[in-house]
Design a protein around this ligand. Structure first.
Ligand SMILES: Nc1ncnc2c1ncn2[C@@H]1O[C@H](COP(=O)(O)OP(=O)(O)OP(=O)(O)O)[C@@H](O)[C@H]1O
Ligand SMILES: [Mg+2]
Length: 352
């Protein structure tokens, strides 16, 4: 077996963060993870009550990683942080916005598109996994009221659990991303007509009643177009940014522009566009053939006046990954599409 971020994260998943019930991965302690042959370079940011915690943690982590067959060397840096309890904090005001109710969620990033079927959910699922593989703690909220698809795409087949306080626990998908979806609330085979207040209430629940825990990123998969969900979200949650997904055809540009203008009007920060299904990735050799010519994504981004976060080829593996609950970033990390998603995640992380 070769050494991957995924296998290292699995090992780190077994180790508890000092003084916490969560693992290092869940507590968002992994700040940097790099694999170079048999060498693992890792930066951990942890809250420590006692300096001896650092040495204890160092010994545990180094021991666990050295125990992996493929690991030859471990370069570990531990950044101690002041425990939350000790850090001076202003008195907590009464919760007013939805965001106040998810204090552990550091950034909310929405994935949107001007029209349906361009691969928004695919991008959201792979972006979530790519961020998780880069060491972030990540949640994915499927807010597509018309056609929730993330349970299937993320392989999150269990039902979410609740507790006696009315909190709902998101389902942890293979790979560690926490998933919550409208699909858990409704029968996905039945049409549901959401009216304004009902929709508002259901969306609010996802922020108020779901126990997301500590997350570096909450990725929100929006329904297509410029509807109520995007509006309600922008009005109630400060977004770290919006990713707009589009396809290479010129007609898609019109829809992308429409979506973009809506978010601009709502004063949400658009991080850039993802050009999806750009060029065909040959299943036999992995070569990407630019059927529509290359550079379209960059031109589209320029025409829209936003950065190009990346171009993902049309790749049968992406479909297989989505249908099997194991997105291509996890299932085929070496493929051209997975690499494109990893790059998109890097740009999103750098911009937020
Ligand atoms: N890069 C890609 N290569 C090949 N197929 C893709 C790619 N991206 C998405 N698809 C496929 O296209 C279909 C639509 O993708 P997806 O469901 O992600 O789109 P969407 O924009 O979320 O759709 P909707 O608007 O219905 O929510 C899926 O079958 C998916 O597997
Ligand atoms: Mg979708």
């Amino acid at each position: 077996m070769t050494l991957t971020n995924h296998s290292v994260l699995e090992t780190l998943h077994e180790i508890k963060a000092p003084g916490r019930p969560h693992s290092l991965v869940e507590a968002g302690a992994i700040r940097d993870l790099e694999i170079d042959g048999g060498t693992v370079r890792l930066v951990l940011a942890v809250e420590v009550a006692d300096p001896s915690d650092i040495e204890r943690l160092r010994a545990t982590v180094e021991g666990a990683l050295q125990g992996m067959d493929e690991v030859a060397e471990v370069e570990l840096r531990i950044q101690p942080m002041m425990p939350m309890a000790a850090a001076p904090r202003p008195p907590a005001p009464e919760p007013e916005t939805w965001a106040d109710r998810i204090p552990g969620v550091r950034r909310v990033v929405a994935v949107a598109s001007g029209k349906g079927g361009v691969g928004k959910s695919t991008v959201a699922a792979n972006l979530a996994h790519a961020l998780a593989l880069a060491g972030h703690s990540v949640g994915l909220l499927d807010a597509d009221i018309y056609g929730p698809s993330q349970q299937l795409m993320m392989g999150a087949t269990d039902d979410p659990m609740g507790d006696e306080d009315g909190k709902i626990y998101p389902v942890e998908a293979p790979g560690g991303v926490k998933v919550m979806s409208f699909g858990f609330l409704v029968d996905v085979d039945q049409p549901v007509i959401w009216r304004g207040p009902m929709l508002q209430k259901a969306l609010e629940q996802f922020f108020g009643d779901v126990h997301w825990g500590e997350l570096d990123y909450l990725i929100v998969d929006l329904p297509p177009g410029t509807g109520d969900v995007a509006l309600t979200l922008c009005q109630n949650v400060p977004l770290a940014g919006v990713v707009i997904v589009t396809t290479p055809q010129d007609v898609a540009l019109i829809d992308a522009r429409k979506g973009l203008n809506m978010f601009r009007k709502l004063e949400a920060r658009v991080l850039g566009i993802v050009e999806n299904m750009a060029g065909f990735c040959c299943p036999a050799c992995g070569h990407v053939e630019h059927v529509f010519g290359s550079g379209g994504g960059a031109r589209t981004a320029e025409a829209l006046g936003v950065p190009l976060l990346g171009s993902v080829p049309l790749d049968p593996e992406v479909v297989v990954g989505g249908d099997s609950g194991s997105p291509v970033v996890l299932a085929r990390p070496e493929s051209a599409s997975a690499r494109a998603f990893a790059e998109i995640a890097e740009r999103v992380a750098a911009a937020t």
